[in-house]
Design a protein around this ligand. Structure first.
Ligand code: MN
Length: 410
């Protein structure tokens, strides 16, 4: 007898890149994943948070989610564990929880009132369901606490949560192994810029030692697949599609964990590229040829999306038109054109950064720019205190207000 667990995370259904929605890629991913699951026959599929990109996902993202789960129930008949991530709204994920239970889909978007409800029993493992822990889940707010004390309290609270659930799992596990889950930043992991700052500026990052005692810990939040700490037992599955141009070079995979006789083995399954995202660099003179060289082929994958840097773009008054005309006959789409400032000494006095569009800016960037315009020294205690307060406000908004748009790439 053995038990097989599949570990994936950070689907971000409903996500957009600049102005373009990623639905076609998510559809292609799900269409690819289902036969994989049919072939692999897992006992449990874990999606470790950020199943959706926002608290109010678009209808087509919800449709894809429910269609996937019902196909899974029909064709694979495995159990599924859906964890809430920092992008997910616990209320949105929990709304269909009871009806999903009929499909053996277990949704844990916030820590349950009864801690025993966070334990999933399989024949060879007990799985501890730990969603993204919001500040209110792990500590009592103390007005006037310094940032260091807040950080320590969050870390302690997260550590307590894992120690408690591990003890509960041990009490019922017998000779079964214990598998942990989570959606957070664990130190020793390498982030990519499109992960929304978790907690307050990573104050809640925990050490991998937090997961001692779990035979395997299935994590979400960091989009680069990787192990955390010294061993191989704490892992991020990574996101199945690159969520920003900064993620184009990251490998994409999901993990397969096999447990038999108290022993655990694991391997990765590479996820193919459904739409190439390309970062290209050219001059005004070479951009047409460079774009043509990277256009997609007929059939097969979706047409490539391109971020184009035009090194001498600032010298060209009708750059937009030139790019548009060069791209028009090609099987690709240019999403973003960057025109870097000439190297120091070459361009003269024009040192101001190019204006960026709102879709490229994060709220943190706008606030930093506002401080800069007030000529507040970014290293001053005043600036640090203001930024800290702003991040606290922002953290609260992300937790509760669906009106805040998902973080734009990068
Ligand atoms: Mn996340």
């Amino acid at each position: 007898m053995s038990t097989r667990i599949l570990h994936t995370a950070d689907w971000h259904l409903g996500a957009r890149l600049i102005e373009c929605d990623r639905h076609a890629e998510h559809e292609a991913f799900v269409a690819w994943l289902l036969p994989q699951l049919v072939a692999l026959r897992p006992d449990l599929l874990i999606i470790a948070g950020d199943i959706f990109d926002s608290a109010n996902p678009p209808q087509e993202a919800l449709t894809l989610y429910y269609t996937f789960l019902s196909e899974l129930a029909r064709k694979v008949k495995c159990r599924t564990l859906i964890l809430g991530g920092n992008h997910d709204s616990p209320a949105t994920l929990h709304a269909p929880r009871e009806i999903l239970r009929a499909l053996d889909v277990h949704v844990v978007a916030a820590p349950p009132a009864d801690p025993a409800a966070a334990l999933l029993e399989l024949s060879d493992a007990v799985v501890c369901a730990v969603p993204y822990l919001r500040e209110r889940d792990v500590r009592t707010a103390q007005p006037g606490q310094s940032a260091d004390l807040v950080a320590a309290a969050i870390r302690e609270g997260i550590g307590r949560h894992y120690a408690d659930i591990l003890a509960r799992a041990r009490a019922i596990a017998g000779d079964r192994v214990i598998v942990g889950t989570g959606h957070l930043t664990a130190t020793g992991s390498t982030a990519s810029p499109s992960e929304r700052t978790i907690h307050i500026g990573n104050l809640g990052a925990v050490d991998a030692a937090c997961f001692t005692g779990f035979a395997y810990t299935a994590l979400g939040h960091i989009h680069r697949p990787q192990r955390v700490g010294a061993g191989n037992s704490v892992r991020y599955a990574g996101s199945p599609i690159p969520l920003s141009f900064s993620e184009v070079d990251l490998p994409k995979e999901f993990r397969v964990i096999d447990i038999a006789g108290g022993q655990l083995t694991q391997h990765a399954v590479a996820i193919p590229e459904f739409r190439p995202l390309r970062r290209l660099t050219a001059s005004v003179a070479t951009l047409a040829a460079e774009l043509a060289r990277h256009q997609g082929t007929a059939g097969g994958v979706l047409e490539p999306w391109v971020e184009l840097t035009v090194t001498d773009g600032r010298t060209c008054p009708d750059l937009d038109r030139q790019v548009r005309e060069a791209a028009a006959p090609l099987r690709l789409r240019v999403l973003k054109v960057l025109t870097p400032a000439p190297a120091a000494g070459a361009g003269g006095a024009d040192a101001a950064p190019p204006p960026r569009s709102l879709t490229e800016l994060r709220p943190e960037d706008v606030f930093a720019e506002r401080l800069r315009r007030e000529t507040i020294d970014p290293a001053s205690p005043e600036s640090i205190a203001l930024t800290q307060t702003f991040h606290e406000l922002l953290g609260g908004l992300y937790d509760t207000a669906p009106a805040i748009p998902p973080e734009a790439a990068p």
